[in-house]
Write a protein that binds this ligand. Sequence first.
Ligand code: SIN
Length: 519
Amino acid sequence: MRFQQIAAASKILSSHLPRMRRPNASRQVSSVASALKNSPIFRTMGLIGGKWVEAYDHHTLQVNNPANGELITEIPFMGTLETNDAISAASEAFKSWSKLTAAERSKYLRNWYDLIMAHKEELGQIITLEQGKPLKEALGEVNYGASFIEFFAEEAKRVYGDIIPTPLGDRRLFVLKQPVGVVGAVTPWNFPLAMITRKVGPALACGCTVVVKPSELTPLTALAAAELALQAGIPPGVLNVVMGNAPKIGDALLASPQVRKITFTGSTAVGKKLMAGAADTVKRVSLELGGNAPCIVFDDADLDVAVKGALAAKFRNSGQTCVCANRIIVQEGIYEKFAEAFSKAVQNLQVGDGFTEGVTQGPLINESAVQKVESFLQDAMSKGAKVILGGKRHSLGMTFYEPTIVTGVKCDMLLASEEVFGPVAPLLRFKTEEEAIQIANNTKAGLAAYLFTKNVQRTWRVSEALEYGLVGVNEGIISTEVAPFGGIKQSGLGREGSKYGLDEYLEVKYVCLGDMNRT
Ligand code: SIN
């Protein structure tokens, strides 16, 4: 099966959907955009073997601001040839990069981290410009993204092997850890920086080289980060960036025997195709796919903590994260009180352009994202659910959507069975702990889950029973570079971040040294 076949279902391919124009785009945003264009980190070409390059046929693709539809710039529409050259460059660079000591690679990564932090403001602005999230949240993403580079710069020095006690006196047994080789990294638009650094940081630390294909919706952050990697002295070919024709780039990465690993964050549909496509050359895969996060609020929860946690877990990035609370499952004794307090909190969320002070909810990424939200809501309402807040496009137009709360949601509604990826909070009701666990686990997804309770025994019982890779207890934001991030079931394979994140980029080699008794 080929990457090309799944274009329609893919998050990473949605770049080809048109974005509506909004005639009265704010002047403030336009001036940020023109100032950024003069920045040395504002790059608009692909990076292959240390050189900034156009698409070989000079075709381009537009990058637009989702908040006002304005054209930001054009980027190369690359495909098979450019990807193959990027793979060759990465393969060539691997020969020397993998031979450096961990301490040497660590220095390069540390330089890169320092430069990212020194350009935090500009990077944050680029994220807001092309992705739409509020600037404060974008600056938070820069910190988060940079933290993976810093963490893996340190962790690079701790890739230990083993000596195994030998069962035969004349032999010695060793385990070496070695880099897997060239890595193809396919990344999404919702975290244009952090999803790249979470992959490239550990890959480079281990001695791998990388070809990144960022989302065509948000390539400018990736290119700015790559420019900073060059400034940090990371040698040509170690980090390459190609973008444009996603199916062709994906196919080239899958087909190449030189690419030894694919790492992907995005939709489950695309992840499955990549996994199937990687079989031909038996590549390793790490997949961070969609979620359907339950957020369970028990009667014994602290109401304020639960409201604050659910708000953060649901409305971060306007509901556009794989770990966003997708189903808020509330026990009957606290249901009405929670619904009322949660509505009050959600009413305070300010929707608008991410550059406007005080805005907490930016636009959705594109028109098809809004249409998905609308169709899910329609489905829920036709089956008896009730909108108690929001429920329609925001008066700002474009892809702005009102923060929405829906009550009376049932498991058979799309809002509960699929990931809405937008600012809609469906509330479901339950009676017993067993029922909550049953509802929570009744999904193919298994990325993040949240629970709110003051009962310590329940915390353990429920955390252990939840079929999820990540569990937040009395906390709505749980992502950090020091903890393993990843899902079970159809939410993916492998872990990112933390010491476990390194294993994804390492081969384990056993060496048996024989004939020790010979003199
Ligand atoms: C994601 O949405 O894929 C990542 C979210 C996170 O890192 O917290």
